[in-house]
Design a protein around this ligand. Structure first.
Ligand SMILES: CC(C)(COP(=O)(O)OP(=O)(O)OC[C@H]1O[C@@H](n2cnc3c(N)ncnc32)[C@H](O)[C@@H]1OP(=O)(O)O)[C@@H](O)C(=O)NCCC(=O)NCCS
Length: 146
């Protein structure tokens, strides 16, 4: 899967095993980990990266993609499908390498992901839970929802 965002150098694409080193390098960061759910490990090991890349490509109807800048994986974005009566609700999540924060990248990624899934028939609603100390993520969601 490949989704072009409104930033020319930024795409969303399927994870590849070749992303392993970049994934470990970018994800092994407590400032990212402390804002995510328990499925995101710390420290982020080689085994964690191998598990994630395999899992991400076999998670349908959930969608997990790499955020890539000029082809290099610098973050992740995903929508976890609900079950039963919440099957049309997706839980939105995303993270980005800290050196690229505050450049509008997560907003571009989240906007494109939302547009992509709302153009299909499965997801009718997206929701996200944000920790109280994370105004940056709240702002991303505000911008995507407006
Ligand atoms: C949350 C995260 C993905 C944001 O990525 P990003 O690419 O920096 O986000 P953007 O640049 O698109 O937008 C960030 C917005 O937050 C604002 N912001 C940043 N720090 C802020 C602060 N302390 N208080 C208020 N707003 C803040 C920025 O100014 C920007 O808003 P603006 O465009 O109106 O100026 C990134 O910080 C991250 O990976 N954090 C760790 C993981 C995480 O929190 N994931 C989300 C879990 S819910």
């Amino acid at each position: 899967m490949l989704i072009q965002t409104n930033l020319p150098h930024c795409t969303l694409r399927s994870w590849k095993m070749e992303d392993k080193a970049a994934l470990i390098y970018n994800a092994n960061n407590r400032h990212i980990w402390r804002n995510l759910t328990d499925v995101f490990p710390h420290p982020y090991t080689e085994a964690d990266a191998e598990f994630w890349i395999t899992f991400a490509n076999n998670a349908a109807p959930s969608i997990h993609l790499a955020i890539a800048l000029d082809g290099i994986a610098v973050g992740g974005i995903g929508i976890i499908a609900g079950e039963g009566i919440t099957r049309h609700t997706g839980k939105f999540g995303y993270w980005l390498c800290e050196t690229h924060w505050d450049k509008g990248i997560a907003t571009a990624a989240a906007r494109s992901m939302a547009a992509h899934v709302f153009s299909g028939s499965l997801f009718e609603r997206l929701e996200a839970q944000v920790l109280a100390w994370n105004p940056s993520s709240m702002r991303v969601l505000e911008k995507v929802g407006s």
